[in-house]
Design a protein around this ligand. Sequence first.
Ligand code: BES
Ligand code: MN
Ligand code: ZN
Length: 461
Amino acid sequence: MSPSFADPDAPSRPLHLVAAAEAPAFVAARPAPERAWLEAAGFTGALGQTVILPGSDGAPSAAVFGWGTDSDRRRGRFHLARAAETLPEGAWHLDAPLDTEASQEAALGWLLAGYRFTRYHASKRPVAALRPPAGVDAARLIAIAEAEYLARDLINTPASDLGPSELEAAFVALGQQHRAATEVVRGDDLLGAGFPMVHAVGRASSRAPRLMQLNWGTSGPRLTLVGKGVCFDTGGLDLKPAAGMGLMKKDMGGAASVMALAHAIMALQLPLRLRVIVPAVENAVSANAMRPQDILTSRKGLTVEINNTDAEGRLILADALALADEVPPDLVVSMATLTGAARVALGPDIVPFYTDDGALAATLAKAGERVADPVWRMPFWDPYEPLIEPGIADLDNAPSGGMAGSVTAALFLRRFVTASPRYLHFDIYGWQPKAEPGRPKGGVAQGARALLEALPEVLGL
Ligand code: BES
Ligand code: MN
Ligand code: ZN
């Protein structure tokens, strides 16, 4: 399924956006039958209130959508997406006093509301279509929505149908779609190729681990994206309790988000050189599983004491980041469903990110606000470095005590990026716990839109 707008040349019905403050005047100015209808419906302009107006034949001829107040709208995003979910099928166009940024959010939210996960169950809900509002770049919004759909499909697909080999198939298909070169190292070949920690995490699964790469673009600044591709996270031998394991099909949300971002970059033909690296594994339990207190030697040569096999994401990312850093790009980015601590700090909605570059952080936070993809800076706090040093090896993958869990995980990753001038890490959740406008319950890309929006300034495109 792919996102689409209504044909701009085909007939469509008006959808009036009416703020609470304007509702009485709006109602009073309508022709008498409409006025009576709106009054009978009790239309007040409350945010999300939708009234369909019948034409002379009784069929829907227009609709009004309550736009509430500024403070109502600050309590969420993609409000207009509710109209996409509730209006009758067919084409609609906006009659609304929105600036370009608000029109873009409205149109994108509408497209995102059209997402259905139909792999196992047909969708019964029809989708109303929106004519692209004036001033928005429809093709760009379609590319962004396609990217989001891709991430949602990947995250929503259960591990039974999305193991490392299926994630590889999706990765290679993405490369083929955009004529990008892809390369994959599988199974025991990971040892000879120098990815010992990807192998150590993934070897206990009946489904072989992988290290996947994609290269695209021939000129411009270099951007390398690294995504955590844990197709299922049981925790390994330090097994997760049931409540913690329940959602772990989404532990490849970082891989899904970087693949989504890569799709948008390639579809929009951004003038840069893109490299995407995804380590794909299943963190499983078997006789050959890595154990607590094992000491691994990473690709970079740093040794790591395994104090919890459930802190597996940072291990596979460490080898991937070391690879990324060997040909230093202008910017290295990692995205990962890395810690529960990130969720404790900020909840499912806001994505914590880490960077030492203050200008990059400011640009990214502002970009996230513009495109309704909220991100929040967290510190690479140098004084906590001792927490990730176990004494018996260079690094500890799971500091005891668990204080500042998202920060120590980020500090761990930073040890593997030493040659590249800038490093940016997102500790994402990748999951929408309850349906909100434009975001049905289930998988969701995070941080990708914010970064896409920030790239021109960050890389000087
Ligand atoms: N994939 C989990 C983190 C996670 C859990 C993200 C729940 C989102 C929701 C990760 O592999 C993990 O298990 N992290 C541990 C690390 C700890 C053992 C140091 C965690 O956060 O508890
Ligand atoms: Mn884990
Ligand atoms: Zn994990």
